[in-house]
Design a protein around this ligand. Structure first.
Ligand code: PMP
Length: 360
């Protein structure tokens, strides 16, 4: 039995952070004519429901070790698009820290409800506020810190424990999983991840390239964000709002290493392609993912179908392509991009048949 499935009793939910499975995306690969292994790293299996749980846990534990956080005294404040906040609120609930999360308005009500379920305070901030303004989620967090005694901002945007959590956690987990695959390169040939703070792509890249220096790292940036390199890629839809949550920014976070050799290729992706891809993951693979998982999958397919990606990987048996799927549908169930395609979708032939039977 794989260790993750062995019967076990954990001390707290923090011990159920990370160690997420790689799941084959065979139906999508088949529909796209891919010969490589397409594998999803499915992060909603983590205790708080996202790829950000690992960084929250690590930032808290390291801050406790160096005395920055003192149980019974410190207050944790963090500006986030929600998932880091949920990880911190989970750690705060277990360890007894009050947690305050500053959250841009665009982020879902489901994330706010989850944060409040874990006992956190949530302060909403205007989405359009630029990152360095006083009203932004970052500006408001700093104001609260100045005025609340013993308040600490662990700061995922600059904290080295953010990429380190992925270099020491997410990356090695992926490597250990692909090493078990028969008839494959037994290493990661391509890894695709969206970038928010950039901690995931930066840290995972370091781990994967240390194992296989030829591994190609593809980073995906929503249209409207400015993270992609070269900057001309960002010209299309520059400054425009996008709906997908958790990825893309109007500034380059310190922890994101955007250049080669950390990131080899940048791909831009729009909302519509991202949400279509998220629905495919649900319908074809049974994976209840969030919107940025769709962005990552759509970015992966765009790269694998490019001339270079197709010749080197997409059309080659035994190559392992890993797509990071950062969070789950729990965070978005009331969002129009989801409801319009499900509850408000046109009736299916089977639904029409059911109505006919029930009317007769
Ligand atoms: N997807 C979602 C839903 C997220 O919340 C985040 C974190 N902001 C990411 C992707 C990107 O992760 P990272 O911050 O490590 O780049």
């Amino acid at each position: 039995m794989p260790p993750s499935l062995a019967p076990q009793v954990l001390d707290t939910a923090l011990d159920a952070v990370g160690n997420t499975p790689l799941i084959r995306l065979d139906k999508i690969a088949g529909a796209e004519g891919l010969k490589c292994n397409l594998l999803g790293k499915v992060e909603f299996f983590s205790a708080g429901g996202s790829v950000k749980d690992r960084i929250a846990k690590r930032m808290v534990e390291e801050a406790e070790k160096d005395g920055t956080l003192v149980p019974g005294k410190s207050v944790i404040i963090e500006p986030t698009s929600g998932n880091t906040g949920i990880g911190l609120a989970l750690a705060g609930a277990i360890k007894g820290y009050p947690v305050i999360i500053t959250l841009p308005e665009k982020m879902s009500l489901e994330k706010e409800a989850t944060l409040r379920a874990l006992g956190a305070e949530v302060v909403r901030t205007p989405t359009a506020a630029t990152w360095d303004s006083e009203e932004s989620h970052i500006g408001v967090a700093k104001k609260l810190q100045r005025n609340i005694p013993h308040a600490v901002i662990l700061d995922q945007y600059s904290n080295p424990n953010n990429p380190l959590a992925h270099e020491l956690g997410t990356g090695p987990e992926i490597l250990a999983a692909v090493a078990t695959l028969d008839n494959s390169s037994k290493t990661v040939d391509v890894c695709v991840a969206g970038a928010g703070t950039g901690g995931t792509v930066t840290g995972v890249s370091r781990a994967l390239k240390a194992s296989n220096k030829d591994c190609v790292i593809v980073a995906v940036d929503p249209k409207g964000s400015i993270l992609a390199v070269p900057d001309t890629l960002n010209d299309d839809a520059r400054g425009e709002m996008y709906v997908v949550e958790g990825i893309g920014y109007d500034f380059v976070p310190e922890v994101l290493d955007r250049d080669k050799p950390t990131v080899d290729v940048w791909v831009k992706m729009d909302d519509s392609a991202a949400f279509t891809a998220a629905h495919r993951l649900m319908r074809l693979e049974g994976l209840l993912v969030g919107g940025s998982s769709g962005t990552a999958l759509a970015g992966a397919l765009q790269y694998l179908k490019s001339e270079e990606g197709w010749a080197r990987f997409g059309n080659v048996e035994g190559k392992n392509v890993v797509v990071i799927l950062p969070d789950g549908l729990r965070n978005y169930i009331g969002k129009p991009w989801f409801l319009d395609a499900t509850l408000r979708a046109p009736a299916t032939p089977l639904a029409n048949q059911i109505s006919q039977i029930l009317r007769s």
